[in-house]
Design a protein around this ligand. Structure first.
Ligand code: ADP
Length: 633
């Protein structure tokens, strides 16, 4: 105890220092948001106290009316935000106000470039919170005492935001936190009642807790002996109000509070459900992916309330994983106040709510895609990869999710993912009953793939998929709107009605005509290929490798290999272009050694064109050089 009561000076975690620096520079033009962040924290702290008091009412002591008071002292140039909420213990202060607990923070900070403009965009993925106080304050003091602890177990945390903070044990009779900002010389404007009232109405009107400012008095004579306070916000839970009575700005500010984001959301959906189940939900689509979207332990899920009482953050039982970017609140009338995570996982009520909230989220996205393509393009850029997890996770909504997907295609050139399956179907050729696609590890690799030659010739659109997840996704997507998906690099391409009767006849004749060449090639390549056959999909290239119908594609093979897993062996089909001059030459080659060299070169080239590597590069170069020397001679 004696050691603890002494004043200790500790260093901030490196990441905190970086964050502070970045924030002070990038948020300078929007400094007033610090107040929103501190009020938001106080409101969360009140939620936590109400929740804990359900089981331990004594935590409320003699002071059950939770509120936030904001006061200022023009002379001292200070601003004080005080709550009678949960407060913090010494350990909590140490872990919350000196470190950043989010996993992946260090990696995130490493992305910083030092270029202020770029870096200030990055901070949007992070959320700023408490540390934003340092935008306007040269020194911040936090006096706090956790509900339930003795008055002597108060804590004072103080810092000038420059790498260190002091912490000491103090006596604090009132529970909760008092945050005193010693304003910078040029931030005096914030020690002003009118200015504060304005900021609160602008950003924090939705806060469900009363926010009080000192009552202003004109003239000394009517100044009362004791300070009087005045509530300046609406102080009711926003989601309980009818939709028609909530303004756009209020919805946006509420989002920033629940999502700990400081950018506006792109869209929201506010619904009250009555009947067998009774609940209200307010779901938001953020504009930007948080930096930890792909971290397994990253916070996700909705804020859960039961009859307006906060129960928990990050209730992730209400939405599937592929909608983990949706933020918001759900307030249930059916659950019990002492519901726990364990109960949530088993409760059938939750299942029905999850089904309904999933549908709501998908509907909201669909509506955006339909009415506001520009916003939807942002959703796609930020969360498209996550939505692509959907068809595998949520069988029941597969078709709906597929409708939300966007792809690059041969219809565009730059690889932008902006083609929906409906767009594609709207453009199909007469007689086309398939949706053609090609996967690969980069757009540049596949956009000129030999597999596309026949499609280009016939003017048939092909979806070009180069995200890491795509090949895996396509094992779950088999059809859309009655049309089956066909991987153009797989199997024996059958264009069905897209080939005319004459085309087909001609193909059969060529195949017959080249039987001998097929045999000869097979003799050379038999160890490396499953089959040799005449191709009908090539116009310019001499040969390609087609993947077997059931075999793993290149992307999946590479992913498995990279993760150290054993990849099942599979051999491709070697397809050659019978009209290509190289093949004509080959057909006429009498020397068996030269025939073999040329055949092996064609095989290796086909592997390269597919984006694969070749097994024996040195042998390839040797063969090619031998041929070049002969040609030159
Ligand atoms: P965030 O709110 O995004 O978690 P902050 O940096 O704003 O991050 O705050 C860090 C933590 O400090 C909070 O999660 C909370 O546990 C604690 N905290 C901040 N302000 C208060 C307060 N007024 N009362 C109690 N705890 C608080």
């Amino acid at each position: 105890m004696t050691v603890e009561t002494q004043k200790q000076t500790l260093g901030f975690q490196t990441e905190v220092k970086q964050l502070l620096h970045l924030m002070i520079h990038s948020l300078y033009s929007n400094k007033e948001i610090f107040l929103r962040e501190l009020v938001s924290n106080a409101s969360d702290a009140a939620d936590k106290l109400r929740f804990e008091a359900l089981a331990k009412p004594e935590l409320l002591e003699q002071d059950p009316e939770l509120k936030i008071r904001i006061s200022f002292d023009k002379e001292a140039n200070t601003l004080t935000i005080e709550d009678n909420a949960i407060g913090m213990s010494r350990d909590e202060v140490l872990s919350h106000l000196g470190t950043i607990a989010k996993s992946g923070t260090a990696e995130f900070m490493q992305q910083l470039t030092g270029d202020q403009k770029k870096d200030s965009q990055l901070i949007g993925q992070f959320g700023v919170g408490f540390y934003s106080a340092f935008i306007v304050a040269k020194k911040v003091e936090v006096f706090t005492r956790r509900a339930g602890l003795a008055a002597e177990e108060g804590v004072l945390w103080a810092s000038e935001g420059e790498g260190e903070f002091d912490i000491e044990t103090i006596n604090k009779p009132e529970r909760g936190s008092r945050i005193v900002l010693h304003l910078k010389e040029d931030e005096k404007e914030f020690a002003d009642g009118w200015r504060l009232r304005n900021i609160i109405t602008k950003y924090s009107d939705h806060v469900a807790l009363p926010i009080e400012l000192p009552k202003e008095h004109y003239g000394e004579e009517d100044k009362p002996a004791e300070q009087e306070w005045e509530v300046v916000n609406r102080a009711s839970a926003l989601w309980t109000r009818p939709r028609t009575e909530v303004t756009e700005d209020e919805y946006k500010e509420f989002y920033k509070h629940v999502a700990h984001d400081f950018e506006d959301p792109l869209s929201w959906s506010h619904n009250k459900v009555e009947g067998k189940l009774e609940y209200t939900s307010l779901l938001y689509v953020p504009a930007r992916a948080p930096f930890d979207l792909y971290q397994r332990e990253a916070p996700r899920g909705l804020k859960l309330y039961v009859q307006r009482v906060f129960i928990m953050d990050q209730a992730d039982e209400f939405l599937p994983l592929y909608l983990r970017f949706i933020k918001g609140v759900v307030d249930s009338n059916d659950l019990s106040l002492n519901v726990s995570r364990e109960i949530l996982q088993k409760d059938p009520v939750i299942d029905s709510m999850k089904t309904a909230l999933t549908k709501r989220s998908l509907d909201m996205l669909e509506k955006m895609a339909k009415n506001d393509a520009e916003s939807y393009a942002k959703v796609w850029a930020a969360f498209g990869q996550v939505l692509k997890e959907g068809p595998a996770e949520d069988f029941a909504n597969k078709e709906k999710i597929a409708g939300l997907l966007r792809f690059a295609s041969t219809n565009g050139t730059d690889g932008t993912q902006n083609v929906s399956l409906a767009d594609y179907i709207g453009r199909v050729k007469e007689g086309q009953d398939k949706i053609y696609f090609l996967t690969g590890d980069s757009h540049d690799h596949i956009k000129n793939s030999p597999h596309l030659e026949v499609f280009r010739k016939k003017g048939i659109e092909v979806l070009l998929m180069s995200d890491r997840i795509d090949e895996w996704l396509m094992t779950y997507l088999t059809e859309f709107d009655g049309k089956t998906f066909v991987d153009v690099a797989r199997g024996d391409l059958d264009l069905g009605a897209l080939d005319s009767e004459e085309d087909k006849k001609a193909q059969e004749e060529v195949a017959k005509d080249k039987e001998a060449l097929v045999e000869r090639l097979n003799g050379v390549l038999k160890d490396q290929v499953a089959e040799v056959r005449v191709s009908h999909r090539l116009t310019d290239s001499p040969a390609i490798l087609a993947i077997g119908e059931q075999d793993l594609g290149l992307q999946m093979r590479q992913i498995l290999e990279a993760s150290g897993q054993k990849v099942p062996e599979s051999k491709p089909v070697f397809e050659f272009n019978p009209t290509h001059p190289l093949l004509e030459k080959l057909d006429n080659e009498a020397d068996e050694d030269r025939f073999a060299d040329l055949a092996l070169i064609l095989f290796d080239q086909a592997a390269l064109a597919a984006g694969d590597s070749i097994k024996d590069p040195a042998a390839y170069v040797q063969r090619l050089n031998k041929l070049l020397v002969e040609m030159a001679g």
